[in-house]
Design a protein around this ligand. Structure first.
Ligand SMILES: Nc1ncnc2c1ncn2[C@@H]1O[C@H](COP(=O)(O)OP(=O)(O)OP(=O)(O)O)[C@@H](O)[C@H]1O
Ligand SMILES: [Mg+2]
Length: 392
């Protein structure tokens, strides 16, 4: 039940029973060390991650939450608007909660610094091509989110400071980007194109074939000689780090497959978002990554008045052209009621379809709140709703 006493639509459609996701059991399980919130753009990943982290902390766990691009007001209320790339205690809660916002570029720099000699690191960090790649290459954010998760996990094990890490994922169009990006980035970094560019910087003269010269010439024409020079310098400085990068990505992938890890897929009750969620669920199972369940966020709230959409619609049509104000007002309300009922029915059908295709995926439905979630009270409320806690 929501605060208003209304209920979101039924969890099942037709005959498919949907297992219910028990969020508190997930948060309280001491074997659970990592929770990753995934989903396509704008569905509520950051909100879910922050809400779960706060709730877990207030239920007694020692939690760190890694957020990515949180809305400004939310970041302010959690005290993480200063981008220093380390977790800070969240004020305003009695729970042990640390939070941070990912600084992609800083994380990339830290990796370079930890992998190369100081001199080489400096050479890389000041290279204009590196600066461009580290702050804008598609997939860097996903890679660095994984990198940071790896660091936090190491830190948690070494210091015992946290027993649960909650991870938000970047605002990609597709949830799959999170899993694909590390591979894409490492193939880019040690891929053919880079090798080709690198060749003149270190290769023997016989490699300077006519074909290669043509490529170099084309690249030089398109992007300019200085950029090409920067890229070559970057690649040769970066060369020794390729192995390191791959290894780290591999280790984080293993961490994502570990028993203590759970993925939560967040989706809006819309065809595209649920289709994305379905792809993601399938991919997780291919990668043997453990799925905790699905959060259907921003569901329409069922008005729970015994009046069907059709009846409300016909009442609306009868009253909308009335001469008196009260009837026209009633017509307006009937129209709202009809629209809401139809939305609930449509979403229920969509969830039913998902459940038929993926009957084992435990699900929880989170209603749309009337306002954005931008402070700790809002996060608490979302956490309570996710857990089916009556106090919400
Ligand atoms: N159940 C809800 N009710 C009301 N507002 C919500 C709810 N869930 C999320 N929001 C709001 O929707 C907006 C988007 O949510 P959020 O930032 O969590 O999505 P996201 O998946 O992290 O987006 P992105 O892909 O851009 O990172 C925010 O303003 C948030 O406050
Ligand atoms: Mg987000």
């Amino acid at each position: 039940m929501t605060r208003s006493g209304a209920r979101v639509g039924p969890m099942t459609a037709h005959h498919t029973p949907t297992p219910h996701l028990d969020v508190d059991a997930l948060l309280d399980d001491p074997r659970r060390r990592i929770i990753v919130c995934c989903g396509s753009g704008g569905v509520g990943k950051t909100t879910t991650a922050a809400s779960l982290a706060l709730r877990a902390a207030e239920r007694g766990r020692r939690v760190v939450v890694l957020t990515i691009d949180p809305a400004r007001r939310l970041a302010q209320s959690m005290g993480i608007d200063a981008l220093d790339n380390v977790p800070r205690p969240v004020r305003g809660t009695t729970g042990a909660l640390d939070a941070m916002m990912l600084d992609m570029k800083r994380t990339f720099d830290e990796v370079v610094e930890s992998q190369a000699t100081p001199e080489k690191a400096q050479q890389i960090l000041s290279n204009p091509f590196y600066i461009a790649v580290s702050s804008s290459f598609a997939g860097t954010q996903e890679y660095m989110a994984m990198e940071k998760l790896g660091q936090l996990d190491k830190d948690a094990r070494a210091s015992g400071r946290w027993d649960l890490i909650v991870v938000d994922t970047p605002p990609s169009r597709s949830a799959l980007d999170f899993l694909d990006a590390p591979e894409r980035l490492s193939s880019f970094l040690d891929g053919k194109f880079m090798r080709l560019l690198l060749a003149p910087a270190r290769g023997p003269a016989r490699l300077m074939t006519a074909g290669f010269n043509m490529v170099t010439k084309a690249v030089t024409t398109i992007i300019g000689g200085q950029v090409l020079h920067d890229m070559q310098a970057f690649v040769s400085a970066f060369d020794t780090l390729f192995g390191g990068f791959r290894q780290r990505a591999q280790r984080t992938f293993e961490l994502l497959q570990a028993d203590g890890t759970s993925f939560l897929v967040v989706a809006a009750p819309e065809p595209d978002a649920l289709r994305e969620a379905a792809y993601f669920v399938e991919r997780l199972s291919e990668e043997q990554m453990p799925l905790a369940g699905l959060v259907v966020n921003r569901a329409s709230v069922d008005p729970e008045v015994g009046l069907s959409a059709a009846a409300a619609m016909s009442g609306y049509e009868r009253l909308r052209d009335s001469s008196d104000d009260a009837s026209r007002m009633a017509a307006g309300l009937l129209r709202l009621h009809a629209d809401r009922k139809l939305a609930v029915e449509r979403e229920t059908r969509l969830r039913g379809r998902f459940a038929t295709a993926h009957p084992d995926v435990a699900t929880v439905v989170l209603p749309a709140l009337p306002t954005d979630v931008h402070d700790l009270d809002g996060l608490r409320r979302i956490g309570a709703l996710l857990s089916g806690d009556g106090a919400a």
